[in-house]
Design a protein around this ligand. Structure first.
Ligand SMILES: CC(C)(COP(=O)(O)OP(=O)(O)OC[C@H]1O[C@@H](n2cnc3c(N)ncnc32)[C@H](O)[C@@H]1OP(=O)(O)O)[C@@H](O)C(=O)NCCC(=O)NCCS
Length: 202
């Protein structure tokens, strides 16, 4: 199968890998990360996983923009460190454009601290800041999962949609948070940190 997107909320089995990848660059507690990505749903925020066949290789989070309903905001764009430099970042942005167009959006926007050149190479231009729609009314999939797991455990029920015993361990084992040394790791490709807003018409 070729490189494609799948929604995180349809691939609960990849929750753990997704948290590990995101935390490898943007450090947070594992629990906080799990809660955040667990809010993914068919509306927004929506976390998309890029897969090469069955291999998880990238991620983007999408949300709506206040006062600009045709614009989709991208966050947490990331490619697996072992697969960078192969054109997959560009591919992820291309797939995001296709996804956004199908859902009726006409532009993409994002903020970046140190990857402005990457986005400019992919057709984005500098613009003014936008405000993201709040999503706190949504119950997180993680919270729903936890409730269902607790319920199934207490009633001895087994739901086919819930992770099996071997998958459950991925959700409940919470490793200690890494030391807080930097907000993210800086590679030799990174520019000097200065938040910049970028946009692309699609
Ligand atoms: C930024 C990131 C997504 C790029 O992914 P990638 O798969 O390595 O990028 P690609 O191979 O598709 O590169 C596409 C083009 O952008 C260029 N590019 C990639 N990273 C770049 C960087 N940091 N600075 C300048 N140009 C860059 C490539 O050289 C390539 O240019 P070319 O077409 O002229 O050869 C990846 O490095 C990553 O996951 N970084 C950590 C997370 C991150 O910083 N995300 C962005 C947050 S705003």
């Amino acid at each position: 199968m070729s490189i494609h997107f799948e929604a995180l909320h349809d691939r609960v089995d990849l929750l753990h890998q997704c948290c590990v990848l995101l935390n490898s660059y943007w450090r947070r507690s594992y629990d906080e990360r799990l809660k955040k990505v667990g809010r993914s749903n068919d509306h927004f925020p929506c976390n998309l996983l890029m897969l090469d066949g069955e291999e998880f290789i990238g991620h983007v989070e999408l949300s709506q923009v206040v006062g600009d309903e045709k614009c989709l905001r991208l966050k947490a764009v990331i490619i697996d460190p072992n697969r960078r430099g192969e054109g997959l970042g560009r591919k992820l942005l291309h797939l995001t454009e296709e996804y956004a167009k199908k859902r009726g959006f006409t532009s993409l926007c994002l903020s970046s601290e140190n990857k402005k050149l990457f986005y400019k190479k992919c057709g984005f231009y500098e613009t003014s800041p936008v405000q993201q729609c709040s999503s706190n009314a949504l119950e997180s999939k993680f919270e729903m999962l936890q409730k269902s797991v607790n319920h199934a455990t207490s009633t001895n029920e087994v739901d086919e949609k819930m992770p099996r015993a071997e998958d459950e361990s991925k959700i409940h084992i919470i490793p200690p948070p890494p030391p807080l040394i930097k907000s993210h790791q800086v590679s030799s490709n990174d520019e000097i940190s200065k938040t910049c807003w970028l946009r692309k018409e699609i």
